[in-house]
Design a protein around this ligand. Structure first.
Ligand SMILES: Nc1ncnc2c1ncn2[C@@H]1O[C@H](COP(=O)(O)OP(=O)(O)OP(=O)(O)O)[C@@H](O)[C@H]1O
Ligand SMILES: [Mg+2]
Length: 441
């Protein structure tokens, strides 16, 4: 497990970095969004509260004239003389502060008087579309204006009786303008904030991942060094074992068997060391790119020839549909290895009597090579993991097919170092299709 995690590729590391940064930005975006909405909501509430207070005061002022309006149907502008502000602080008979509505009214407001049957009597101020007085509505928002209605009562024999209604309307232009300003401020502020947060996020992720990056570099260096150091002794042991195996005349059968086991073990370790070295080098882009023009069909043809006898042994039919004159730029040892790993898998995981088909297709500026088998397939849940280092399906571990789980990781690394990509499509017990996409030369 530890090995699996620590030999995470540079690709996975950069994915982790992006994931961290994006999660951070998502959290900040949500925080900004919620704060913005809260500020907007509070501001809206306070604007309406202010409006209610303003219109309430005006309605109270205008309520004093309801009797006059009702009795004489006076032109409300005429009432000015009657309730002109007094020189001293005007307290009227009901004991409240008596400021005339004329001195409070703003040009964007309108006052309407209604009788006790909700019949319109008269109005003063700005003209809005008339809306009938709605029962039980104290305040209401209309397209053009906001309105507040006060019920005016009179006292008859100690009984409170409705005398009429005063409705005060105010245009919502100013309110809308203020809200629009606020939306701009919040929007711009949010954008600037998000930009700064993004920069901060990049810096933060860099800082927090630096130790991991350092470890990764050290591990990479260690793997390269260790693999390098292991190569020569392993080669020496292998040569010695091969010499022993070539002359087993004086050995007991049991010793001969032991020799075979040692030889196989060494071969496996050699593969592992080579694979690790290759993967680590590709991570660091250390590969010496002696790239040249490579005809894809020739590479595939050679591999199919090479694997023909293995396929025959398992009675597997090899089919191919290749296209000539399709060239890619690449490393002429790595590219064959990529396809070799995929073909090896197809052979390994297809039961006797199956079919393997290799096809080539041209796509926009690229070539697609598909390796399709009728083998055991891969469960959907496992598909995202097949390119992970050391991952093998559990059935495999038990059903005795040898392997380290590095073949696909290496193939994917080679494809990526050639600006290509391998994708897989598979159905359990039906077969798999590995598709390699490489840019054309
Ligand atoms: N064509 C295929 N059909 C079914 N399963 C596959 C196929 N190719 C790969 N797999 C599954 O993906 C796993 C990983 O493949 P990979 O080539 O990386 O490793 P391996 O073949 O097990 O070992 P190695 O290639 O290192 O010898 C395999 O163990 C197998 O479970
Ligand atoms: Mg393999």
């Amino acid at each position: 497990m530890l090995a699996k995690q620590s030999i995470a590729s540079k690709h996975q590391y950069s994915r982790l970095r992006w994931r961290l940064l994006l999660s951070y930005l998502a959290v900040m975006l949500a925080t900004f969004g919620i704060s913005g909405l809260a500020i907007y909501g509070l501001f809206l509430k306070s604007l309406y509260h202010e409006m209610d207070e303003r219109l309430g005061g005006l309605a109270d002022g205008a309520a004093h004239n309801l009797v006059d309006v009702q009795k004489r149907s006076i032109d409300p502008t005429q009432i000015v003389t009657k309730t002109e502000p007094l020189p001293t602080i005007p307290i009227d008979s009901d004991g409240d502060l008596d400021i005339s509505w004329q001195s409070m009214k703003l040009p964007r407001q309108r006052i309407e008087w209604f009788d006790e049957h909700r019949q319109f009597l008269t109005a003063s101020g700005r003209n809005f579309d008339f809306v009938p007085l709605q029962p039980d509505l104290v305040s209401a928002h209309h397209p053009q204006f906001y309105s507040l209605t006060r019920t005016v009562f009179k006292n008859i024999n100690g009984k409170k009786i409705v005398q009429g209604y005063v409705r005060v309307n105010e245009s919502v232009e100013v309110l809308e303008a203020e809200l629009s300003d606020l939306r701009w401020i919040l929007g711009l502020g949010g954008l600037v904030g998000l930009g700064l947060t993004g920069l901060g996020g990049i810096w933060l992720t860099q800082q927090s991942l630096q130790p991991i990056q350092n470890n990764l570099d050290q591990l990479q260096q260690f793997t390269v060094d260790a693999s390098h150091e292991l190569r020569s002794p392993l080669t020496a042991v292998k040569i010695s074992v091969d010499v022993l195996r070539s002359n087993t005349a004086g050995l007991l059968p049991a010793d001969r068997h032991r020799l075979e086991v040692i030889s196989k073990g060494i071969e496996q370790i050699r593969y592992l060391v080579e694979d690790l070295l290759l993967l680590t080098r590709m991570d660091g882009q250390l590969i010496a790119h002696e790239w040249r023009l490579i005809a894809v069909d020739e590479v595939l043809e050679d591999l199919l020839d090479l694997l023909a006898s293995q396929a025959q042994e398992k009675q597997i039919t090899l089919k191919s549909n290749l296209m000539s004159y399709i060239n890619v730029n690449g490393d002429n040892t790595q590219l064959p290895r990529l396809f070799r790993n995929l073909l090896d898998n197809a052979l390994k995981y297809t039961p006797d009597g199956g079919t393997i088909t290799v096809t080539m297709q041209r796509a926009k500026g690229a070539v697609n090579v598909s390796i399709i088998d009728t083998g055991m397939g891969i469960a959907g849940a496992n598909l995202p993991r097949v390119f992970d280092r050391f991952w093998r399906a559990d059935v495999e571990r038990t059903s005795g097919r040898s392997g380290l789980g590095l073949g696909l990781a290496i193939a994917q690394s080679i494809a990526r170092s050639h600006q290509g990509e391998i994708t897989v499509d598979s159905q359990l017990n039906q077969g798999s299709c590995f598709q390699v996409k490489l840019p054309l030369a």
